[in-house]
Design a protein around this ligand. Structure first.
Ligand code: DNO
Length: 406
């Protein structure tokens, strides 16, 4: 697979020169300065692409070209927004970029309750706690229906989440509430979705307004809206040879009363068949998939490798009570070694990036985006490069480490 890295643009503290030293061949990025819902112009794309190429790398994948909420909930201006999306696709393809990672998660992109949960080895990782998330929902967001949803979720995982929320409540205070809002909304959503910004004064209020847009939107309706969007853009994708790859929902189960539609085998099968065109494909995010106890990542990879156009390698560990955290890239539920075999066999040129590394050895001082440390991700990248080199030898594929004389 092509070794790529998610880079947040020229303001990223991690520079392209640094990435070159650690064997990165392709860059995964976006025009982070273009506001949601505006066209990505050819000039802006060209500028960033030229900058990346000046370091001897290529712009391999766009992550993300955001699908704005109105397209997801089917608002009155969705057709207008779809036209804008098509323009951006045409401009990207004119600059030679043909792979787009996006998601169809309403309001909230990925969700975690703790961004620096201690690992036994002294580093930290991201963590999802059911009672903390439910506490946020019930007592901070004060969402109508929260109690009922968490009662049902509790039953499905054999846990009395609401009782745990009450216990947790006794230990919470204004400062801890604020930290939870930072983790769930501000620090994680800001840099990925554009719905929120650091410094938003009333993030919870804004969050409620966004949730309101989805009142009455069922899973079936959301599926229909995804199908509408994909069907509308496919002619442009065919014309421009543009590969759309949806990112699975993270975590892969419904949260905050919002439907989620890319969570499991049945969902993936549904959206691939609903718009049965090779340009409609999947980002195989092994991390999001492995965060669901109902998913078998290796089986899903075997089944969907031929419609996968981008791979995220990371792995989750699910605790006995259902909470989950990021595992080592060589451990956890994802079985990255076997995934590497499956994807190398299918297409050795598939772009792949490691995702969500540990925060370690001073990363915590550097203000990186949550999950996007340098040393932790570099460590993971080293592990994955070793796996790829080994798998390639088994399969008789030549493995070349860029940046050396041999
Ligand atoms: C999290 C990422 C996601 C992903 C988007 C794609 O770390 O994998 O935020 O970029 O969901 O649209």
């Amino acid at each position: 697979m092509e070794r790529t890295w998610r880079w947040f643009g020229k303001n990223d503290k991690i520079t392209l020169a640094m990435l070159k030293q650690i064997g990165v061949e392709g860059i995964v990025t976006a025009l982070h300065d273009v506001p949601l819902g505006e066209v990505w112009t050819r000039e802006k794309i060209h500028d960033l692409k030229t900058y990346i190429e000046s370091f001897g790398m290529r712009w391999s994948v766009v992550e993300s070209l955001p699908v704005v909420e109105t397209i997801k909930y089917g608002g009155p201006d969705r057709d207008q927004q779809i036209e804008i999306y098509k323009e951006s696709l045409k401009n990207l393809s004119a600059e030679g970029i043909h792979t787009i990672c996006y998601n169809f998660m309403p309001v909230l992109d990925w969700a975690r309750t703790d961004l620096s949960h201690p690992n036994p080895n002294g580093s930290t990782n991201l963590y999802f706690s059911f009672p903390e998330f439910a506490y946020f929902d019930k007592y901070i967001l004060k969402r109508e229906g929260a109690e009922k949803d968490w009662e049902e979720m509790g039953k499905s995982i054999g846990r009395n989440i609401l009782a745990e929320v009450e216990e947790l409540k006794k230990t919470m205070n204004a400062e801890k509430d604020h930290a939870l809002v930072e983790n769930i909304v501000i620090k994680t959503q800001g840099f990925v979705s554009g719905n929120f910004k650091e410094g938003d004064e009333h993030p919870v209020e804004l969050f409620r307004q966004l949730l309101d847009l989805y009142k009455g939107i069922t899973k079936e309706q959301l599926r229909e809206n995804m199908c509408y969007f994909l069907s509308a853009i496919m002619p442009v994708c065919d014309e421009c040879d543009m590969y759309m790859c949806v990112h699975p929902d993270d975590p892969p189960f419904p949260v905050l009363g919002l439907p989620r539609i890319v969570t499991c085998d049945e969902d993936i099968n549904w959206f691939l068949k609903a718009v049965d065109n090779p340009h409609n494909g999947l980002t195989f995010c092994a991390g999001s998939i492995s965060a669901g106890a109902h998913n078998n990542p290796v089986e899903l990879a075997k089944k969907y490798a031929n419609r996968t156009w981008f791979v995220h390698l990371r792995s989750c560990h699910i605790f006995a009570n259902g909470d989950f955290t990021e595992a080592s890239h060589l451990g956890g539920r994802a079985d990255i070694i076997e995934l590497a075999r499956i994807f190398e066999k299918t297409n050795p040129n598939l772009p792949m990036r490691v995702d969500h590394g540990m925060t370690m050895l001073g990363d915590e001082e550097r203000g990186y985006n949550a999950g996007y440390s340098f040393l932790g991700r570099m460590f993971a990248m080293g592990q994955v490069q070793g796996v790829l080199a080994t798998v390639d030898r088994e399969l008789g594929i030549e493995y070349k480490q860029p940046g050396f004389f041999d």
